[in-house]
Design a protein around this ligand. Structure first.
Ligand code: FVH
Length: 307
């Protein structure tokens, strides 16, 4: 690795979509030499104006520097882009959103080609990149040696968060958080649909909704305590039996308001199913739904003695 006169590690960046371009701006602004490549030429204008070098091919870009960052559409595009590149001795950081299995396979693929591999899951949208205190962060997993060696460079566009040596863990954390986000978006959509035809100002309703959701996020810690302790009835304040009894009210309200319940009904079905799994289920909260999704009992999870 050859740093420039300011001690900044040179970076090769493949992919100049919205996210890749934002990453490139951040490294250039911090003084890192940058070589870029994009499948479709002509997208590097703003970066070259700031001092980036443009490579004619991905292989040429990879050859330029040891640290190679990839931010492409999906895992298939990573394979296509790097097909002809010599990865021997390279440090490959893949910030493309993939599944955990794709990340693990890509790590093996890279190691077979002589590269160290680090996977990343970006928890940010492009305008947050390189902006201090904007809240951008990236989950990393894979080669700890690569992560440690390049930490200063990786921390330029966004805060870093290490999730483990398993190369699939960054993607898993990424998708887990984004999945929770979509669940929240579904709830927000249903709530706004319920008030949509009424004389309620959505702008006035939004902070009420937002404050409620913020208060409810403590449930993540409650679920974690139940999952790690194994007794899903411990410290429960809102019993499953009570919550299931309330389901008809939610469905009737949706009907009264002319709103489809389709975003809620799958979750309600799981709540009802959980209630049938044993005599103590009514004393639980909603943690048991997680086991229904997984389909088996975690090793060592006593779950109040039920099989
Ligand atoms: N933008 C966002 O809000 C999210 C935030 C969280 C992380 N994601 C992930 O970041 C990856 C890149 O996202 P992006 O926003 O840069 O995406 P696009 O602007 O659509 O750019 C896609 C780039 O991928 C290139 N590309 C596509 N297919 C291929 C291929 N077969 N071979 C080589 N390159 C390919 C594309 O090139 P071109 O269309 O300009 O030729 C763009 O450079 C992504 O995983 C998000 O999930 C972003």
């Amino acid at each position: 690795m050859t740093a420039n006169s300011h001690g900044k590690t040179p970076v090769t960046l493949l992919g100049l979509g919205a996210m890749g371009t934002a990453l490139g701006h951040a490294w250039l602004a911090d003084g890192h030499p940058l070589t870029v490549w994009n499948r479709t030429p002509g997208r590097a204008g703003a970066l070259t104006a700031e001092g980036a070098e443009t490579a004619a091919s991905a292989a040429e870009a990879v050859a330029a520097h040891r640290l190679v960052v990839v931010c492409l559409l999906d895992d298939a595009s990573v394979g296509e882009a790097l097909a002809d590149a010599d990865l021997t001795g390279k440090d490959l950081v893949n910030l493309t959103t993939t599944t955990p299995a794709e990340a693990r396979a890509r790590a093996v693929w890279a190691q077979e080609r002589g590269a160290r591999y680090l996977d990343g899951g970006i928890m940010a949208v492009p305008p947050m990149i390189g902006v201090p205190d904007a809240g951008a962060s990236v989950f990393y997993s894979g080669s700890r040696a690569l992560f440690d060696e390049h930490h200063e460079t990786l921390a330029v566009p966004a805060a870093t968060s290490w999730t483990g040596e398993d190369p699939g863990f960054a993607a898993l954390h990424d998708i887990a958080l984004l999945s929770a986000m979509y669940g929240m978006f579904a709830g927000i959509s249903h709530a706004f649909a319920l008030i949509r035809r009424e004389d309620i100002d959505p702008v006035a309703f939004a902070p009420i909704l937002s404050d409620w959701l913020t208060a409810m996020t403590a449930e993540a810690h409650g679920k974690a305590r139940h999952l790690s302790g194994g007794d899903y009835t411990k410290g429960v304040v809102s019993r499953l039996s009570m919550q299931v009894a309330g389901i008809p009210t939610f469905l009737a309200t949706a009907e009264e308001q002319g709103v489809s319940p389709e975003l809620l009904t799958p979750y309600f079905a799981l709540m009802r199913q959980r209630l049938t799994t044993g005599p103590d289920a009514g004393d639980e909260d909603l943690t048991g739904v997680i086991d229904l999704l997984v389909g088996d009992v975690p090793e060592g999870g006593s779950r109040t003695g039920r099989p």
